[in-house]
Design a protein around this ligand. Structure first.
Ligand SMILES: C[S@@+](CC[C@H](N)C(=O)[O-])C[C@H]1O[C@@H](n2cnc3c(N)ncnc32)[C@H](O)[C@@H]1O
Length: 277
């Protein structure tokens, strides 16, 4: 395992390691959540191909990725979550993988058929540098796929949760998890379970997102709440910013790009790199 940990995102990566390294083994996501995070990317784009995840956490997405039969998988993360990632990947039975501890913004691999970066760019000091690394590591003609928190649809999070995050992310992780996140998430857990029962509530804040998360149990709610509160760095990214990113680089095939609003409060986006002329 290669290790490079000098980075402006080190504090963020350490905070996430305290989240990822204190979870039961295996993926925190269901197969349905995995598919939904990747759509329009499907198994056909991956089978027999090489895949890179930038910011892989404990390998929760990588574990599902093994079921799509890629030829090789690499996961990169700056934090010590690479330890739980390594254990989780070892349990999948898939053997052709490599986990690398490295700053993703500086990472340079050999080029991959699919590069994805899910839930990471909005936590970087410089999200655009992260996106540039996604492109740099994508082979010519190959696909990239990202997911970020949206500026749109997140007013409750930006004005209520984010100020709490700024304060509690400085506290010890266990305090944030058990004393802050656990009691805070109880009212949202009840709210989400209720509003997801009927379309009558469709105008309520976080309706779409609540329908998505309400399929999961309290532990998953608590994991997501802790994940939101533990990090010292979060940005909310607008559709216009993503359009700018996708238009900025000549190596992106402009006919291949997509931007999809997900769960009313986040953006999936991606496309292909041009083939060499
Ligand atoms: C919210 S987690 C997402 C993990 C995974 N992609 C998932 O969806 O389950 C964000 C991850 O990005 C990692 N990270 C943050 N800054 C990084 C950097 N500069 N280089 C590499 N990893 C970084 C953190 O350590 C953390 O594991």
């Amino acid at each position: 395992m290669t290790i490079i940990i000098d980075s402006q995102d080190k504090k963020t990566a350490d905070a996430f390691a305290s989240s990822w390294n204190h979870l039961p083994g295996g993926s925190v996501y269901t197969a349905q959540q995995f598919n939904d995070w990747f759509e329009p990317v499907t198994q056909t784009d991956v089978a027999g191909k090489t895949v890179l995840e930038l910011g892989c956490g404990n390998g929760s997405l990588l574990c599902h990725m093994t079921t799509w039969n890629p030829s090789f998988i690499e996961g990169v993360d700056l934090g010590d979550s690479v330890l739980s990632c390594q254990k989780n990947m070892a349990q999948t039975g898939f053997t052709n993988y490599k986990i690398t501890q490295h700053d993703l913004t500086k990472f340079q691999g050999n080029g991959y058929d699919l590069v994805y970066c899910i839930g990471v760019l909005h936590h970087l000091k410089n999200p655009l540098e992260g996106f540039e690394s996604v492109l740099r590591n994508t082979k010519p003609g190959a696909k990239f796929h990202c997911w970020v928190y949206a500026k749109e649809g997140n007013a409750v999070i930006i004005y209520i949760v984010d100020p709490i995050r700024r304060a509690v992310s400085k506290l010890p992780w266990w305090f944030t998890k058990y004393i802050v996140a656990t009691p805070l998430v109880v009212p949202y857990f009840i709210y989400a379970k209720i509003i997801s029962t009927s379309k009558t509530f469709r105008k309520f804040p976080l309706y779409e997102y609540s329908r998505w998360i309400s399929k999961r149990n309290f532990m998953f709610f608590r994991h997501v709440a802790f994940d939101q509160l533990v990090t010292p760095q979060t940005a909310y990214i607008s559709k216009d910013t993503i359009k700018e990113w996708l238009n900025k680089y000549s190596e992106i095939d402009k006919n291949s790009t997509y931007i999809i609003f997900r769960n009313g409060n986040s953006w999936k986006f991606g496309g292909k790199k041009n083939r060499p002329k």
